[in-house]
Design a protein around this ligand. Structure first.
Ligand SMILES: [Cu+2]
Length: 168
């Protein structure tokens, strides 16, 4: 009581000013926090939109149907065995003509989970005929994923089962 009365009016005003300033500062900083949160949110929305557009673009790129293209796959040795095999594939169009100049990729994988797939990039050895070595490093049921970009830009993907790869 005694102390309060003793305090000069000037310093009391100063104290009030300080009190007012500090909550204002808090309001300001929470405002800028809300702003940056909003900016982050719009940035996240932008990234999401970009991803969505990429997915849509990817779908559109995969859109043109390539089911009219015939893919014939042979694996040597036949029956397949553990070790290096030679995969030969023949691509032919709807008229049965060889499809030359395709970019082909092979992925060998097993039907059970937890295997590291093996990859190979076939070379065109004759018009429409592509060949590559592929490693079967375990006995069991395999499949080969054939992925190709055709000369007209269309994408092609086929799965060929290679069951019962024999052990050594
Ligand atoms: Cu395996």
């Amino acid at each position: 009581m005694k102390n309060k009365n003793f305090r000069p009016a000037k310093s009391e005003a100063k104290a009030v000013g300080l009190k007012e300033r500090s909550p204002h500062g808090l309001v300001f900083s929470s405002e800028s926090f809300a702003l940056s949160a909003r900016r982050l949110q719009s940035r996240a929305a932008f990234i999401l939109l970009a991803i969505l557009l990429l997915i849509l673009a990817g779908c559109r790129r995969a859109g043109p149907d390539s089911s009219d293209v015939g893919v014939e796959v042979t694996v040597n040795p036949n029956p397949p065995a553990v070790g290096q095999a030679t995969v030969t594939l023949t691509l032919s169009d709807a008229e049965g003509q060889p499809v030359s100049g395709a970019q082909v990729e092979l992925e060998g994988n097993m039907v059970h989970a937890g295997m590291a797939p093996t990859f190979s990039k076939p070379a065109e050895v004759a018009p429409g005929r592509y060949e590559a070595p592929l490693e079967f490093n375990m006995a069991g049921d395999w499949f080969i994923l054939v992925k190709a970009t055709l000369p007209d830009g269309r994408r092609l993907e086929r799965q060929v089962d290679v069951p019962g790869v024999k052990g050594e």
